[in-house]
Design a protein around this ligand. Structure first.
Ligand SMILES: [Zn+2]
Length: 469
């Protein structure tokens, strides 16, 4: 079974679902006020690989990812554009979902929006007021009282007495009893959207939405919570405090945090302008699965540096996988099965699973796959495989791709005009017309299709695009 490194305890331990056979996962999702950058997507795709792997292992997974569709930046952005908040958030949510689909992110089972969970947020805040963990200020805001929660600071390993005020907290321009306290409910301000529940008019603070939506969709205690390391403090610290203070139950079994993505030696962040947006990268000619491979191929707890070189390396890796798949597809050999193949495939599968069981070590899992690629290429060249063997090897690659999601789609044929060129080249070769055959090969290469001549006949595959570079 998979072992994961829990940020809260620092321990690596076996993931034991609270409900047998069912893993419930919450991931902090996008704030929909602009295009997501690839650093955000590194965090989402690491959660995607986790979800895919648990399902590959036969577990039932419920994956919830929230959408923050109300916050200061959204309010400012909509005012600057002179548009309604939901027009802005719908537009950016659609864009996010498009990027996620391009990068083959599994659609979360629930994608709850903060503005559609006001009653749940209000209920949470009301409970915290009743239990003495929250208080009202004169302007109608409600704050969580950190002094009432001695465990505060455990996740981020901060001494509650020495706590420095986090960015988000500092940005709240409201009077409060203690600078460390954070807003659960923000009193109404002119020009800001406001709800009118029995708590009094206002709007939710950011931290409360994740607790309220996680509890609503996964229950008071669930198995795994993911996010980027920048969310540990104060966001996740606040989530723990307000959830556990309200429910009296442990909130999360295992906290997983994805390290930063570095670009040009610096952290990728909107605030510094050091960002690459998914749409821009793809429009620059990088195949989506190349970007996906570059983002998932390093263990989530290690910093990942993103560059043209990392994309080129990802494209080269995918090209090797594509070439092997194409070779296996076309392979025909009537001889006996290769007696070694069964144990080779089993060993590759075991090594792949052992790596992912070890705190989702994707780079080691890929190393196991590429060891197999080398071995299979040797056996194809040596004609030691049978046609059935090739099918078994191919199936293993497709099985591991249920987790990685980087291989080309199964039945992706060529466009008719390209298919016609491939056929013409086969005919030219059959007729011994080498000049025409060479000319057609270069024409196809220019149009993104590689052809190779093998003992099994002519074989084609699409070239992997790594961008303009
Ligand atoms: Zn969150």
């Amino acid at each position: 079974m998979i072992r994961l490194n829990d940020t809260l305890t620092g321990e690596t331990r076996q993931l034991e679902p609270i409900e047998a056979g069912h893993i419930r996962i919450y991931s902090c999702g996008p704030t929909v006020y602009g295009p997501a950058h690839i650093g955000n997507f590194r965090s989402f795709l690491f959660a995607d690989v986790l979800v895919r792997y648990l399902r590959y292992r036969g577990l039932r997974v419920t994956w919830v990812m929230n959408v923050t569709d109300i916050d200061d930046k959204i309010i400012r952005g909509a005012a600057a554009n002179g548009e309604d908040i939901d027009v802005l958030t719908d537009r950016w949510l659609t864009r996010f979902l498009g990027d996620a689909a391009a990068l083959r992110m599994t659609p979360p089972d629930v994608l709850p929006r903060a503005t559609e969970h006001i009653p749940e947020i209000v209920a949470l805040v009301s409970t915290l007021l009743e239990r003495g963990h929250a208080y009202r200020t004169d302007e109608g805001s409600i704050f969580f009282r950190i002094a009432s929660w001695p465990a505060y600071g455990r996740l981020a390993r901060l001494d509650p007495e020495q706590l420095r005020v986090g960015e988000r907290v500092e940005a709240d321009e409201y009077a409060k009893d203690d600078v460390r306290d954070f807003a659960l409910w923000k009193g109404p301000k002119p020009g800001e959207p406001s709800w009118e529940p029995e708590l009094g008019p206002g709007r939710p603070g950011w931290h409360g939405e994740c607790s309220a939506m996680a509890i609503r969709h996964l229950g008071p205690s669930f198995d795994v919570h993911t996010g980027g390391v920048d969310l540990i403090f104060p966001h996740h610290e606040d989530e723990i405090a307000q959830s556990e203070a309200a429910t009296g139950r442990p909130f999360v079994g295992t906290w997983l945090h994805c390290a930063h993505l570095q670009m040009d030696g610096a952290k990728m962040a909107k605030s510094t302008g050091n960002i690459a947006r998914v749409g821009d990268v793809l429009e620059g000619g990088v195949a989506a699965r190349v970007l996906r491979y570059a983002l998932i191929s390093v263990n989530y707890r290690q910093g990942l540096s993103y560059s043209d070189e990392s994309l080129t390396a990802a494209a080269a890796a995918l090209d090797r996988l594509d070439a092997l798949l194409a070779a296996l597809d076309g392979y025909r050999e009537d001889g006996a099965d290769d007696p070694a193949l069964g144990s080779i495939l089993n060993a590759a599968r075991s090594a792949f699973e052992a790596a992912l069981d070890d705190d989702l070590n994707v780079s080691a899992a890929l190393a196991a796959v590429f060891d197999l690629v080398r071995d299979l290429n040797r056996r194809i060249d040596g004609r030691s495989l049978s046609t059935d063997d090739a099918g078994r090897a191919r199936q293993l690659l497709r099985d591991v791709d249920a987790v990685l999601a980087v291989l080309p789609d199964e039945q992706e044929g060529l466009e008719p005009d390209l298919a016609a060129l491939v056929d013409r080249r086969a005919a030219a070769r059959a007729a011994g017309d080498w000049a025409t055959s060479d000319q057609l090969r270069s024409e196809l290469a220019q149009r993104g299709v590689a052809v190779e001549d093998t003992r099994d006949g002519q074989r084609w595959r699409r070239l992997v695009e790594a961008g303009r570079g």
